[in-house]
Design a protein around this ligand. Structure first.
Ligand code: NAD
Ligand code: ZN
Length: 376
């Protein structure tokens, strides 16, 4: 079958790879209908990880079940399904507690598995015609048959639940003010989720014009950090208090501020932006052991977080991979009920063959490439 295969930094190709097969009785094989490209893929694409060449990318997968292992109880051939990007067993301590992003069975010691992702297990990605799904009863979410809402459902594998996770970590509640740093697909989903949770005002900070316009379209207040100091601007619009809550949807790959040498540390900006005793959800990635990181400290996973300020303000922080299964059923049902339409972030649908070009353009944050969904 055809698949998107990582070659070397800044190069993926579409080539023939061996067809996946049922390996364990609890597996299913899915014929992939949508597999989106994610900001997380760029860490590997840009060569900032030790992803091996030959790795098939794709952790945001939707499709139709093609073949079912003999140990699968609830999933049938022909079912339309969404796969959380986390591969999880469903029976370890973390999965039982709903923390499926940290499954101890698929990744003992560290916790957490994913399709097509370096260091997160041997699971091949779904930017391909077919995908093998382990522990299928646990890792498939059934969708209504047909092809309605395909791009909305395609956001259920990762970024909609991830944005929702950011808002949940920050315990966003009705009537609150929220600052979201980053208007990439994840930041936009965090803003959207905050509004779903009833936030009164959501500020979205970025410098990419088209992304800020999308934030405005969903009812958030755009803040262009290339034009204003976002901390000051948000403070002014919150009677000097700062926001109740904050979400970091940038991570350690923040841009380098003008006239400075080190990248901005978004977490410190949030510590300044959020009012005393507020909460911060961090879903942007911070990866230890990255030789290609924007600064030596970031590469060691040792950012200089202003802990004194954090303590002084009595702030609380939640971090980590999203536990997609904790939210995907509820978010699916919001889509079905017509109360959520996360596909507003999707800017392009492309055949698998166009993946090399799409990766290059998405990597440059080119207009029109904010969220690309590949249609194998
Ligand atoms: P993206 O790269 O498209 O978006 C990041 C955005 O941040 C860009 O629009 C960029 O202009 C903006 N930005 C850069 N520096 C900034 C600064 N100083 N202040 C404000 N904005 C700034 O990526 P994405 O797909 O939206 O993903 C965002 C992050 O979330 C990535 O680190 C990704 O790996 C991570 N992620 C985490 C999870 C999880 O489970 N926790 C899941 C998916 C993605
Ligand atoms: Zn993703």
């Amino acid at each position: 079958m055809k698949a998107v295969v990582y070659q070397e930094p800044f190069t993926v190709s579409v080539q023939d790879v061996e067809d996946p097969r049922i390996e364990d009785p609890t597996d299913v094989l899915v014929w992939v209908t949508s597999s989106a490209i994610c900001g997380s893929d760029l860490h590997m694409y840009e060569g900032r990880t030790d992803a091996p060449s030959g790795l098939v990318f794709g952790h945001e997968n939707t499709g139709i079940v093609e073949e079912v292992g003999p140990g699968v109880a609830s999933i049938k051939r022909g079912d339309r399904v969404s796969m959380p990007f986390n591969v999880a067993c469903g029976f370890c301590k973390n999965c039982l507690a709903g923390r499926t992003g940290f499954c101890l069975t698929v990744n003992p010691g560290f916790g957490g598995g994913a399709y097509g992702y370096v260091s997160m297990g041997p699971y091949r990605g779904g930017q391909a015609e077919y995908l093998r799904v382990p522990f299928a009863d646990f890792n498939c979410l059934k969708l209504p048959p047909g092809d309605e809402h395909e791009n909305d459902f395609a956001m259920l594998a990762d970024i909609f639940p991830t944005g929702y996770h950011g808002a949940t970590l920050a315990q966003v509640g009705p009537g609150e003010t929220v600052a979201v740093f980053g208007a990439g697909p994840v930041g936009l989903m965090a803003a959207y989720s905050s509004l779903i949770k009833g936030a009164a005002t959501v500020f979205v900070v970025d410098r990419v014009e088209s992304r800020l316009r999308l934030a405005e379209r969903i009812g958030a207040v755009p803040v262009d950090f290339s034009k204003v100091d976002p901390i000051e601007a948000i403070r002014e619009q919150t009677q000097g208090d700062g926001t109740d809550k904050g979400i970091d949807a940038v991570g350690y790959q923040a841009t380098v501020p003008e006239g400075e040498e080190q990248p901005a540390i978004v977490l410190n900006q949030l510590i300044q932006t959020v009012r005393a005793t507020g909460m911060i959800g961090v879903v942007g990635l911070y990866v230890p052991g990255d030789p290609g990181a924007p600064s030596e400290e970031a590469g060691r996973g040792e950012l200089l977080v202003r802990f004194g300020k954090l303590f002084e303000k009595g702030l609380r922080i939640g971090t980590g991979q999203a536990n997609v299964k904790a939210y995907n059923r509820q978010l699916r049902d919001l889509i079905i009920a017509g109360r959520a339409e996360p596909s507003f972030v999707v800017s392009k649908e492309l055949p698998l063959e166009d993946a090399p070009d799409a990766y290059a353009r998405f990597d440059k944050r080119e207009e029109g490439y904010s969220k690309v969904v590949l249609k194998p």
